[in-house]
Write a protein that binds this ligand. Structure first.
Ligand code: 6PG
Length: 466
């Protein structure tokens, strides 16, 4: 009997998705490449290890795997994004037939997805670029799924995707056909950029409380728990308090972890794509650069003598810090929603931001109460800084942000995302900026022209004295 769904790549995410699909009643063929000495019999071993995978068929030969699937074939790729996906598709393509479907569930760059889609399209093979969020637990118990591709490709995949999607607090599935082409992978990429700044903002709140307020891990974990019981609830905050509480026979685990944060490509890709289109994504830039600088450990050690000692205890309340944190999160979400709205409009994707909030309100890493609150605010058109209530909220929070950021500046504690959020807010609320001088400089040395205020549509080349 032929199997309904094929899964390629039995790493942590691939195997977890396979287990979830098997539990939701789908018959599966599993494929993992054979690499002598390191990857041998991987899929076969999983069918023995996990009871839900007992009925799955395991393969190391791609042609046998493809032949085991009912037609049109549906094949999920869960392999490391990048050249490995191209290599796999090149191997798979001659084995496929018109109408078959490839679902790339990795973190592919959306432009790669579009290139692969058009190549496969010439062979009448369907492709869906599927953003999957939720890590191992999400893959296993219910993930947030963002699909991009044609309606017919989505229709083929939908019965399978609905089996592994998380349920939102409103009882919907955390699954959406986002739009055509690479739109699914695009929004997943931007999701990760939001994730970067969310993580960094929590780390900064932690550092502020630890270094400048003198709070111990236990107390900070309690503060995070209290925040998590409020409108600031989020999955990342919840796991952060759990991490801070974790102790073993050598003490707090966090204390033994090196202060170097790694990264894959999605945060940088969001920044680059946005920058090329004039999107001021300073929040992901600040979080990303904080990770980059964290890896320059030797330089940091050498130059540490030039930092102010951070022993002073500042007179800032936990509530003021919470307001700075809340402010930072709103700016972070706003910048990235603006990015999605602008790409969607330019590329004709028609991404529904409210649906996106729904898909992100469960299963994924950035799930939070804030996303549920933003859902009605982004219905229809995205307004400047969301809506009047949010604009007033930010305005009310601003004094606390200034206090927190100033205190950190005095003690040389870099609050990358909090300071960046304040800076962005100051820029976006500044009616008259210094850009006139920048444009005049451009005109002076490069004859790029200036717009005079009286005739804002006419580019004028001013005869500057030289
Ligand atoms: C998710 C995560 C997931 C992965 C990212 C993290 O939504 O489940 O975002 O896709 O953990 O790769 O990105 P970095 O490895 O760059 O931190």
């Amino acid at each position: 009997m032929k199997k309904q769904l094929g899964i390629v790549g039995m790493g942590v995410m691939g195997r977890s998705l396979a287990r979830n699909w098997a539990k939701s009643g789908h018959s599966l063929s599993l494929y993992n490449r054979r690499v002598s000495g390191s990857e041998e019999g991987v899929a076969q071993a999983l069918t023995q290890q996990f009871v839900e995978l007992r009925q799955a068929a395991a393969y190391e030969e791609l042609s046998d795997f493809v032949a085991s699937l009912e037609q049109p074939r549906k094949i999920v790729l869960m392999v490391t994004a990048g050249p490995a996906v191209d290599e796999l598709i090149a191997e798979l393509r001659p084995l496929l037939q018109s109408g078959d479907l490839i679902i790339d569930a990795g973190n592919a760059h959306y432009l790669d997805t579009e290139r692969r889609m058009s190549m496969l399209n010439t062979h009448e093979v369907n492709m869906l670029g599927l953003g999957v969020s939720g890590g191992e637990q999400g893959a296993l118990e219910g993930a947030s799924l963002m699909a991009g591709g044609t309606p017919s490709a989505y229709a083929l995949a939908e019965p399978f995707l609905s089996g592994i999607a998380a349920k939102t607090p409103a009882g919907r599935l955390a699954l959406k056909h986002i739009g055509p082409g690479g739109s699914g992978h695009f929004v997943k990429m931007v999701h990760n950029a939001i994730e970067y700044a969310e993580m960094q903002a929590i780390a900064e709140a932690f550092e502020f409380m630890h270094s400048l307020m003198g709070l111990d891990y236990q107390t900070i974990a309690e503060v995070f728990e209290a925040w998590n019981d409020s409108s600031q609830q989020s999955y990342l905050l919840e796991i952060s308090s759990r991490i801070l509480r974790t102790k073993d026979d050598q003490g707090y685990v966090i204390e033994r972890i090196a202060d170097r944060a790694a990264y894959n490509q999605t945060g940088a890709a969001t920044l680059v794509e946005g920058a090329l289109k004039g999107e001021p994504l300073s929040m992901v830039a600040s979080a990303l650069f904080a990770r980059f600088i964290s890896n320059k450990k030797a330089q940091r050690q050498e130059l540490a003598v030039y930092a102010e000692p951070t022993s002073a205890i500042v007179s800032i309340s936990v509530d003021e810090l919470k307001q700075a944190y809340a402010f930072t999160r709103i700016i972070n979400h706003y910048q990235h929603f603006e990015m999605i709205a602008s790409f969607s409009e330019r590329l004709g994707w028609k991404v529904n931001l409210s649906d996106l909030c729904s898909v992100w309100s469960s299963g994924c890493i950035i799930r939070s109460t804030l996303l549920q609150q933003l859902m009605p605010k982004v219905d229809g058109q995205l307004s400047a800084l969301f809506d009047k209530a949010t604009r007033e909220e930010l305005f009310a929070q601003k004094p606390s942000v200034k206090k927190v950021v100033s205190a950190a500046i005095q003690s040389d504690v870099p609050l990358s995302t909090m300071q960046t959020a304040l800076n962005y807010y100051q820029q976006i609320t500044q009616e008259q900026s210094s850009a006139a001088l920048v444009q005049a400089q451009r005109d002076y040395f490069g004859a790029h022209g200036v717009y005079f205020k009286q005739s804002a549509e006419t580019l004028t080349f001013y005869p500057w004295p030289k």
